[in-house]
Design a protein around this ligand. Structure first.
Ligand code: BDR
Ligand code: CA
Length: 328
């Protein structure tokens, strides 16, 4: 495995600071629950981008998840409502119209914060750069917020110790034969991020499709009998519909939780440092992450590309983190 990033520095309370940028989304919701459960981390903000669903739906979904988890002190910031240069294309065929179909969810107990997510990222990562205390970032939706922030101020890259992105693939696609959804929605933003002076890890479909949570383990979540356990199980139930119909899987790839887990513990996902370019204008391959596996271009590697995952250790981390939430 290649070496990714700098060793994350813990704050005065011993926890590492992480920002999550997401588009909930069933797997985003579970990824959020995983991140919020981890004692190693202080989830400082959750920023929202349009992707799986519209921006207002995704903001509402994030707030609903925080409400169920009783973690409404975590600030939620709405970001871009469309890609940098394109119209928004959502994934209602996977996540339903609301983005989080399936479970019965409460009304959000809090509202989003007024600051736009892109302003927040520029400000917070700028501060981290200036203080020389770079922080971790997980991005589990289209890379529009981060791409916009980097376009505004490329030097904020120095405020990021490590960025893990759920997106792309070496060999497959899930929205077209060539492209993965998050990159396909906003390829220009993905190119912006991959070309920035950042330590980026890409956790793509090659990894997430090897980390299926089997249906048998849905019951472990349900049997917890807690609000968060029930929510996670019901999210999996709905997510299964698309994955059994499309791939014949007897379980679900919790893509975004894989990326969050790879940020938390880099030993979970095996990576290779490779050149990755994003296709932004192609009839058949728009949004493809073109991975130079054999260094045929001779160009400098820019992305730590996930190639394998320690499936059992990842799934145990996920289930035990969900199990750490208290009962009602
Ligand atoms: C990615 O696309 C979305 O539907 C999921 O939330 C995940 O981030 C998988 O391709
Ligand atoms: Ca997502």
């Amino acid at each position: 495995m290649d070496a990714t990033g700098t060793t994350p520095t813990a704050g005065p309370d011993g926890r590492r600071t992480v920002l999550i940028d997401c588009d909930p989304g069933h797997d985003d919701a579970i990824a959020l629950l995983l991140a919020l459960a981890r004692p190693e981390w202080h989830v400082e903000t959750v920023s929202i981008v349009a992707g799986n669903t519209t921006l207002p739906n995704a903001v509402r979904a994030a707030l609903q998840v925080l409400t169920v988890a009783d973690r409404t002190e975590v600030p939620v910031h709405a970001g871009r409502d469309r890609p940098l240069e394109r119209a928004l294309r959502t994934a209602a065929h996977v996540h339903g119209e609301s983005g989080l179909e399936g479970p019965v969810l409460p009304e959000p107990a809090v509202a989003p914060r007024p600051e736009h997510a892109v302003d927040l990222l520029v400000r917070r990562l700028g501060r981290a750069r200036d203080e020389g205390r770079p922080i971790e970032v997980a991005a589990t939706g289209p890379l529009t917020n981060l791409g916009a922030a980097l376009r505004r101020d490329p030097t904020i890259a120095r405020g990021v110790s490590r960025l893990v992105v759920m997106g792309g693939a070496i060999t497959e696609g899930n929205v077209t034969p060539a492209a993965e959804f998050n990159i396909w929605v906003d390829p220009e933003a993905a190119a912006e991020v991959f070309d920035a002076d950042l330590d980026v890890t890409m956790v793509g479909l090659d990894v997430t499709h090897r980390a299926i949570l089997p249906t048998a383990r849905f019951e472990e979540l349900r049997d917890l009998g807690t609000p968060v356990g029930t929510l996670a199980a019901e999210l999996c139930d709905f997510f299964l519909r698309f994955h059994s119909r499309t791939y014949g899987f007897d379980g679900v790839p919790i893509h975004d939780a894989c990326a969050v887990a790879a940020l938390l513990d880099p030993t979970l996902v095996e990576t290779r440092h490779l050149r990755v370019d994003v296709e932004t204008s192609s009839r058949h391959c728009d949004g493809r992450t073109v991975v130079d596996l054999w260094s045929v271009t001779g160009r400098e590697p820019n992305v730590h590309v996930g190639v394998d995952v320690d499936r059992e250790r990842f799934l145990d981390l996920l289930v035990s983190s969900i199990a750490s939430y208290p009962g009602a």
